[in-house]
Design a protein around this ligand. Structure first.
Ligand code: 5CA
Length: 155
């Protein structure tokens, strides 16, 4: 198991989550690839997206079926929202794009959870690398990420 995945396992266990991580031979870098590998709907894949809110990194956990509406994130944060670049994502989270998990970050990130994820019994999030994911209930994800559930979907 890669060190990045081990950091996610440790954080899950510390949070009392027993989910097993699945490492695939194929890529789970995008929501579509992850859904195909898992055999779930793309809506059940959790995208972990980093944005800058007046320059401070924040995390949005968004359904793979949705595009995030930055105006909604701006309203929630009360800040101007810009996209984080790849280097900023790595510095803020400790992980590279395509494998960014919803927890276990290098820095504490204010986190928002797309309310559309709450319709599913189980969702799947990245586990530190572009071919590792883990299943979790939306309620557990909200709890371990310390997330605020809001509407984030672009119409
Ligand atoms: N492992 C999958 C599913 S769990 C995953 O990590 N998906 S993701 O959506 O959370 O991560 C990929 C996202 O990173 C893309 O949706 C895109 O929004 C963002 N991204 C891709 N390339 C860049 C880039 N160069 N700079 C900033 N963000 C990027």
């Amino acid at each position: 198991m890669k060190a990045a995945v081990e950091r996610v396992v440790a954080a899950l266990r510390a949070a009392g989550v027993t989910s097993e991580i699945t490492e695939f031979a194929e890529s789970t870098r995008t929501a579509e690839q992850a859904a195909a590998a898992v055999g779930c709907t793309v809506g059940q894949i959790v995208k972990s997206l980093v944005f800058l809110a007046d320059g401070a990194s924040v995390l949005a956990l968004v359904s793979g079926a949705n595009r995030l509406d930055t105006a909604k994130l701006a309203a929630a944060t009360g800040a101007r929202i810009t996209r984080a670049d790849a280097d900023t994502v790595r510095a803020a989270t400790g992980f590279s794009i395509g494998g960014v998990p919803p927890i276990a970050h290098a820095t504490p990130l204010t986190t928002y959870l797309d309310r559309d994820l709450t319709q599913y019994e189980q969702v799947w999030a990245a586990a530190g690398t572009p071919n590792a994911v883990f299943p979790i209930t939306p309620a557990e994800l909200e709890r371990i990420a310390g997330a605020r559930v809001i509407d984030l979907a672009a119409e």
